[in-house]
Design a protein around this ligand. Structure first.
Ligand code: ADP
Ligand code: MG
Length: 341
């Protein structure tokens, strides 16, 4: 919109200030900082800026406290719309939801705009989804295979390599006939993994050595190559795997790398090495010229632990579930509502 058109206007900005709070203190404030460019842009042009966000989840057991009944409520949508002249969505992370503030209210505004951080998310994720610079490498770890299947299905045909670490790797290894001991297996998605291996097996790289222990509370651990003995759980990728994966990521300085999900139970220092190495390799790849994208709440936490700053990544996606849904090609009501004025 033209710069002069903001003067004196009331602008409702849907932001995402849904940060984690421990003992009254904000944990990670990335989501708040991300909204600053849009807020300052509007304020400098003389707009009256109204910010709206959700925080946490309503307690669903207690219907009186739940916001569920108003989540798509027409009346609430109209009330929100009465607050302002212009609507701005800068909350990509909630744009997969059809809520009043992300979707319902938008139809009552003549002017609907994308905030800067939402715009950047959509641009980068569209590049990844449709036209990634080659070679295109995916790194997937963590524990929630279920949430990542949609994105993997859409990205795997375009990807040149998929490196799997974290708990996710053990479902893949088991499907290949490797003994995985008591490592975390996602039985529910075992068939999907088996099929992915049969179609894309040549592109899929799995750990060949592991840091194992008997339980998460056991402070002793050992290294094993190949099969994992019965009664033992793999909590991190081993040094060989780390080296192999790091070379794939940081080696060339060309193409695109997308990383989601830590390589091990990084919250425990003794199982953080694999993840820290990947985070550092991502930074190296970025400095060498690779386009790098990182997403996932725990993955961002791990980057912090590794000492890799946000400015050492081409794009940090704070979208969480929304990022994976977007990459999977699912509809995003909050994005569509501002794309079709
Ligand atoms: P993100 O939030 O980045 O998308 P996930 O939520 O999918 O990542 O996974 C993060 C979790 O996976 C972490 O809590 C981590 O401890 C756990 N995890 C990673 N590797 C293992 C493993 N080998 N065994 C058990 N848990 C693991
Ligand atoms: Mg997580």
């Amino acid at each position: 919109m033209d710069d002069l058109q903001y003067y004196g206007k009331r602008v409702f900005v849907r932001v995402d200030f849904n940060v984690s709070i421990h003992d009254g203190r904000i944990g990670e404030d990335y989501r708040i900082r991300m909204a600053i460019p849009t807020i300052e842009y509007l304020a400098k042009r003389g707009a009256k800026v109204i910010l709206g966000s959700h925080l946490g989840r309503p307690i669903s057991r207690d219907q009186n406290k739940s916001l569920e009944p108003v989540a798509n409520d027409v009346e609430f949508s109209q009330k929100l719309a009465e607050l302002a002249d212009i609507y701005v969505n800068d909350a990509f992370s909630t744009s997969h939801r059809r809520h009043a503030s992300t979707f319902g209210a938008t139809e009552y505004f003549d002017t609907r705009l994308a905030g800067f951080s939402l715009k950047k998310e959509v641009e980068y994720l569209t590049m990844i989804k449709e036209n990634p610079h080659k070679p295109f490498t995916l790194i997937v770890g963590g524990s929630k295979i279920k949430d990542k299947i949609g994105a993997l299905e859409s990205l795997l045909p375009k990807a040149d390599k998929l490196l799997v670490g974290g708990a996710a790797a053990y479902t893949f290894l088991k499907a290949k006939g490797v003994r995985t001991g008591d490592s975390q297996i996602d039985e529910e998605h075992f068939n999907w993994v088996t099929k992915a291996l049969s179609v894309y097996g040549e592109k899929i790289f799995l750990p060949n050595d592991h840091i194992i222990s008997s339980s998460p509370t056991d402070t002793s651990f050992s290294v094993v190559k190949g099969d994992i003995p019965d009664g033992m759980v793999a909590y991190d990728i081993g040094n060989d795997t780390s080296r192999r994966f790091s070379t794939e990521v940081g080696g060339s300085g060309i193409g695109t790398v997308f990383w989601n999900g830590p390589m091990g139970m990084f919250e425990k220092g003794q199982y953080a090495n694999g993840t820290i190495n990947i985070a550092k390799s991502m930074a190296l790849a970025f400095w060498r010229g690779t386009k790098t994208l990182v997403g996932g709440g725990d993955t961002l936490e791990a980057m912090k632990i590794a000492g890799v700053s946000e400015s050492e990544v081409s794009h940090v996606s704070a979208g969480g579930g929304a990022t994976l849904r977007f990459l999977a090609g699912d509809g995003m009501p909050g994005v569509q509502a501002i794309q079709n004025p």
